[in-house]
Design a protein around this ligand. Structure first.
Ligand code: KMH
Ligand code: ZN
Length: 276
């Protein structure tokens, strides 16, 4: 089987330091958390940023500051800014990090209940985001919170708005969306084109079991504070790196090696970027 790409979703938009005091939010904390996660085995850093009050922002300037800080510290992982931001943000706010021309960015593939909120991603919004990413050669990670979102992504492909490799993030266990279970994971994976790659983000206590199934099934894994703040029941995680390190050990026991950032670039079809 292919090596496992581990994504560290280090911050997110919803979690606060009150939930877990170890959550990185300042540019320095985010850069340090990214470096530690990479050293532990992460090849992708899924990135949200916060303003000076710790609130979610999609400010291009803040993303630029955090990404620069990460690179200064020596982070070589693929940095994947969110274009989801937080529920309720306008599309104009959400799209800003695309204009920093990152290697990857998320592309949320449909509207979904998100706890008490609604996370709006209609097809015109998706087309607009996909078109802008296409313009800058950004590989979208196709975020699917429901099975129907996979069909939306395939619709964009049919319309010529997704070229090259398809990489999905199957998010299971968001309150209001598809539940995290093996049956649901299998069902979603079977809807994907055979040549696509996929990672799984299990929310809360589902992070570890979903990751384990993904390792066994040949998928990739996303962990981190965005999706889960606990190490085990009732015990807060100390760091994103701690959650990454557990996946590295688990994958080793189950016979899968871990992809380095450059190996992840090859698996995702990003390697050509080194030659332009
Ligand atoms: N914060 C969620 C509403 C993404 O990064 O693209 C959306 C989200 C997805 O986190
Ligand atoms: Zn996110």
């Amino acid at each position: 089987m292919e090596k496992v790409i581990i994504t560290a979703a280090i911050c997110g938009a919803e979690v606060t330091k009150e939930d877990n005091p170890n959550l990185p939010v300042t540019p320095e904390e985010l850069a340090e958390a990214a470096l530690e996660a990479e050293r532990a085995g992460a090849a992708i850093i899924h990135l949200h940023v916060r303003d000076q009050e710790g609130k979610p922002t999609q400010s291009k300037e803040v993303f630029a500051e955090v990404i620069d800080r990460m690179k200064e510290k020596g982070v070589t992982a693929i940095i994947q800014p969110s274009t989801g931001g937080a529920a309720g943000m306008s599309w104009q706010e959400r799209i800003q990090p695309v204009y920093l021309k990152p290697e990857m960015a998320t592309l949320d593939c449909g509207t979904v209940n998100f706890g008490d909120e609604i996370f709006v991603n209609d097809l015109p919004l998706m087309r607009n985001f996909a078109r802008e990413m296409q313009k800058y050669n950004i590989l979208p990670e196709l975020e699917c919170f429901e099975p129907g979102h996979i069909y939306n992504a395939l619709q964009l492909k049919k319309e010529g708005l997704l070229e090259g490799h398809l990489h999905f993030d199957l998010v299971l266990g968001v309150p209001g969306a598809i539940k995290a279970s093996i049956k649901n994971l299998l069902f979603m994976v079977e809807l994907l084109p055979p040549e696509a790659t996929w990672t799984v983000a299990g929310i809360g206590r589902h992070q570890l079991p979903m990751a384990t199934h993904a390792i066994l099934m040949g998928g990739h894994v996303r962990v981190g504070f965005e999706d889960n703040i606990y190490y085990t029941r009732g015990v807060l995680a100390e760091s994103n790196a701690q959650l990454v390190a557990r996946i590295v050990r688990l994958a080793g026991e189950l016979g899968r090696e871990i992809a380095t950032p450059d190996e992840a670039r090859r698996i995702l079809g990003l390697s050509w970027k080194f030659y332009v």
